[in-house]
Design a protein around this ligand. Sequence first.
Ligand SMILES: [Fe+2]
Ligand SMILES: [Fe+2]
Length: 345
Amino acid sequence: MLVCYLTDEPGKIPAIRAALEPRYPVVPRVLGQEPVFAPSGVLMVDADLREPTCVEQIKHAMGDLDAVSEKLFVVHRHLHHLVAQAFALGATGVVHSAKQAASKLTQVEAARRAAETGAESAPISITDSGKAFAAMFSAIGHGNAIHLADAETVTTQIISSINQNGLHGWLDNVRKYHEGTFQHCLLVTGIAVAFALDIKFAPQDVKRLGMAATLHDIGKARIPLSILDKPGRLTPSEEDIMRQHPVIGYDLLKDIPGISPETLDAVKHHHEYLDGSGYPDGLTAPQISDLVRLLTISDIFAALIESRPYRAAMPREEAYKILCGLDGKLETSLLKAFRRAALAA
Ligand SMILES: [Fe+2]
Ligand SMILES: [Fe+2]
């Protein structure tokens, strides 16, 4: 499998060669100088996405590369906020280092082999949903309006994926291909949709819950990444900032034409608990809608089973037990009903 390595910095070429060759021969190209050559469909872009000239040159190069199935962008970990930019430019995946690129290529190779032998193919829907999330977060980051159509696209894709393949495969693929807030939002939506389908919600109600889940943490786009991606516990002042995300999300969405009141309610109140111990408004049971109750269960479950670079994902059985131990905060009858969807094979 040849890899076309497109960079703004010829000095980076020896390091990528050392990491990938001889298993994956590297065809290097310097941005803006030569046409891109990606015969086996693997392109790796390693350039400074903060530089407008680089971005323009990448856009230009990507124009001819629709047929290339794998477009990996290298975004160094300390520049994590550029992940959205990479997806906006057409990335199908993001890696943080040359070493990670090598293991990603091994996955690509395995997926292709599986596709050739008729086994499960690469998860296109995961890539598309990731891109739509990236578009929404990047719009907020640039001070632009969020398009409800992006949220609807993600929600519809997730509903059809869960309908066709169930929750189990969705969880595994999302944890493999996405990180941080995107991973969390994709997991919450998948779990909420699986829950709604399992308890036989009407299609329009599955969609309502899915939309609320897709948008529930959109306010995190305005929380500094140093807090959002911090490994380990937040300090009390960081916690205060983090706790602003439901209200920030509500404010970002409230004036969008066509947004439903129940989505706004879910975005603002998904951290409220029945016993009044939640935030931001300390609501109690009579003030918390069914949709919010379902979303809160899905949200906490997703947070527990997330995979983070610094800790392994918790098994679903264990996460479900923790949920059941949150006395008085979540609705017991809904939790019981959640068991089958949460633990489905
Ligand atoms: Fe949240
Ligand atoms: Fe959340």
